[in-house]
Design a protein around this ligand. Structure first.
Ligand SMILES: Nc1ncnc2c1ncn2[C@@H]1O[C@H](COP(=O)(O)OP(=O)(O)OP(=O)(O)O)[C@@H](O)[C@H]1O
Ligand SMILES: [Mg+2]
Length: 288
């Protein structure tokens, strides 16, 4: 059996075919520092509290910091899985709350050039992780090929912006690039650091109208987060605010968003996390 045949069998085997509600959400933004990582860390917890098994892929190649926000420190990344013979359980960090963190590291860039044997090993390692309901991908700001590859395999993209005009303009530019490449991309917007609900709604309407008029396309409102002093405190303390300050405004907002995310029942693009990595890095992948 050649390597390509092995890959096909890996994806088509029975475990991959069983009915699964596995879902992938990619969180991204046009402008940096608008609150993606703190959103991802707390959304993961909120979904976990609602009974889902959650993993986070830290795909911010330059400044991966999801682990730090949970107060853990990753030793290895996908790079070590592929090039240093580490297995998946060695590279994953499990947080105190039971969230799995997969550090992408620089490996995400190099993985596109893998040979067949390395691809098979990578996909086989991910097969060990079939008990995940939802994978949340935290990305860096702006557009990159890595981000677009994740958008392609995601069931839902969440674009975070603040009401600031600069953040909003950058969010629009990002949405334009995504929609030009993937017309059907399911784009949802979260407005972060708002002072009141009206500001959130108006900010979304502004963005949505621009997308309607200039791109002849649609985006969805996924909710908002209040500007909340407990958020920076929780980052300094390296404890998610949903744990340290469960009653703070940001926590209420994140619980509401998690409920809405769970409430959407849709056909998902992937059966398991293995399918995701097969599409990203296997023969069917989009390449670099
Ligand atoms: N709702 C909020 N209220 C107050 N401060 C917030 C809120 N959300 C995020 N912040 C603050 O904004 C800063 C940036 O947050 P974070 O690191 O999550 O952004 P990011 O988009 O992931 O940044 P990067 O683009 O560098 O990855 C942090 O100091 C955080 O405390
Ligand atoms: Mg970040």
């Amino acid at each position: 059996m050649d390597q390509a045949e092995k890959l096909r069998r890996l994806v088509n085997d029975k475990t991959a075919q069983k009915k699964n509600k596995f879902r992938v959400i990619t969180v991204t933004s046009g402008k940096g520092g608008v609150g993606k990582s703190s959103f991802v860390v707390n959304l993961a917890l909120a979904l976990k509290l609602r009974g889902l098994k959650v993993a986070i892929l830290d795909a911010d190649i330059g400044m991966a910091n999801v682990d730090i926000m949970y107060g853990v420190k990753s030793k290895y990344s996908l790079f070590d899985l592929v090039f240093n013979n580490k297995n998946i359980n060695e590279i994953i960090e499990m947080t105190q709350e039971g969230i799995k963190i997969i550090p992408g590291g620089s490996g995400l860039k190099d993985i596109v050039d893998l040979n067949e044997e390395q691809r098979v090993r990578l996909i086989k390692e991910f097969e060990k992780l079939d008990d995940i309901d939802i994978l949340i991908v935290d990305t860096g700001a702006g557009v990159s090929k890595t981000i677009l590859n994740f958008v392609a395999i995601s069931d839902e993209v969440i674009v975070i912006t603040t009401p600031e005009p600069t953040a909003l303009t950058d969010a629009y530019s990002l949405i334009k690039i995504i929609k030009n490449k993937f017309q059907d991309a399911n784009i949802n917007v979260v407005i972060n650091k708002v002072r009141n609900i009206k500001e959130a709604r108006e900010t979304f309407e502004k963005l949505s109208n621009t997308v309607n008029v200039f791109l002849k396309s649609k985006i969805n409102y996924r909710g908002f987060l209040f500007e909340d002093k407990k958020v920076p405190i929780s980052i300094i303390e390296q404890r998610p605010y949903l744990i340290s300050f469960p009653k703070t405004e940001a926590s209420m907002c994140i619980m509401k968003i998690a409920s809405d995310v769970i409430g959407i029942e849709k056909e998902n693009k992937n059966n398991t996390i293995k399918d995701v990595f097969f599409k990203l890095f296997g023969r069917m992948g989009l390449g670099s």
